[in-house]
Design a protein around this ligand. Sequence first.
Ligand code: URA
Length: 247
Amino acid sequence: MRLDKFLASTGRLSRSAAGKAIRGGQVTVNGERIRTPDRHIDPETDEISLGGEVLTYRRYTYILLNKPDGYVSATEDGNDPTVLTLLPEELQRQNLFPCGRLDKHTLGLMLLTNHGPLAHRLLAPRTHVEKTYVFTLREPISPVETARLERGVRLLDGAGESYLSRPCRITMDAEGKSGTIVLTEGKYHEIKRLFEAANNKVLTLERTRFDTLTLDGLPERGQWRHLTPEEEKSLLAHLHPSQSQSE
Ligand code: URA
């Protein structure tokens, strides 16, 4: 792997900033100062330091994004921009994909990664990762109706089959037209379908939490950041304890 690519993969620097740091003499490989960004290194065995600090190779990348309106949560789309286009080029080259889907007009928290087994585990029906959404409705909804939705109702999936929604938690604001919902499954248009089952309509929807992840540090739509080591650790705990970042 190229030295500048390695530095960019740690998420500390963009590829061009990595090139500058290398040319500026801030980077050593096994103790030797290297000034050529295209120098080939082995991330598994070489010790790379930036400004005297040893960098650890991270095989996988985990990005948290505040999704704006109008972007699709896919890696490619013929019509609309994808969430991947919000990331800088060096990240777009890392085979990231959205971990789960948000509808085109749904806003908020989205996890992107290239760690297939983790995404698979987080999205597996038996994992039941909690996701919190803030919504507004066309009409007020009664406590009796929200209690019915919380217990579970029969919904149509995207393929015309019906299923019983898993129990969820709904908290409504005083006037009954906006609130939060906590889901533990990720079925097609689930929140919209739930409120349609109560003859209502979701007008706006924003995801604010995915398991332990929140939009902390991402106040603006379109902003992104790498997960903190603590966030990464808590997500990886969903994998079997013997599996880890080093796999
Ligand atoms: N439920 C929906 O209806 N839409 C989303 O984007 C997410 C959950």
